[in-house]
Design a binder for this molecule. Sequence first.
Ligand code: SF4
Length: 276
Amino acid sequence: MNKFHLLEFTLSELEEYFSHHHQPPYRARQVFGWVFHQTTFDFQLMSNLPQKIRHQLTQEMTVMAGSEVIRQKAHDGTLKLLLQFENPQSTSPHQVETVLIPEQKRHTACLSTQFGCPIKCTFCATGQGPFLGNLTTGQIIEQALRLQKILNGQGQRLSHIVFMGMGEPFLNYEATLKAIRILHAPWGLGISARRITLSTVGLPAAIRRLASEELPVNLAISLHSPWQEKREKIIPLAVKYPLKAILEAAHYYFQKTGREVTLEYLMLPEFNLSPA
Ligand code: SF4
């Protein structure tokens, strides 16, 4: 039997699950307390749950759906994990990277939202590889939780989240937004919306949609060139979305949320280092 991925559930969805199993709704908070605050992923260790419930959860659910394939640590302490998830639609598992950036006063998780990326920016290694599909909400949350588990061992908490890993978050809007809500929720990782940044190449309709979600996360737009023609040379999708429309949407986002929008500029030698 395929197990449910617990990290797909919101609090109300898990409360509903327990109601169906004739259990009080507060069981959901107990389980999430273990998972998000203690980073305990084995249901059998959740000592405030009745043994019968622990057994049932073990039979029906999993907390970690993927596995860690590679862990690399750079000299500055940046940690990169390569995670692997089985895919029911494919014979081979899909892999995705997630990164922990430790600094003196903050610990940032850089999360991926897609297996590969369909945008295919010419300067990006992810864009040159195959695009295999979207991550689920649970797979996005699992990245953060694996990094939090590592930090728990050092008595630290994740303080910031950036969606700047593999993929364009707005092309996986629903799963990404649900993940942001779980990361932000007090029963989840409890990370302030002001410490969550979503980075995009600029999809105007999605920027406007996000502005209406009442979840004022930071928005970062990968600009890389202020000239439409030049931008199209390195970001193929830019053909569909003129800079003017992107900047109008960014302005709208600022007006609606009060959050400043960051423009990201990758310096590419002999391409965008001069004014023209
Ligand atoms: S949108 Fe981001 S992940 Fe996708 S190809 Fe461009 S730079 Fe790479």
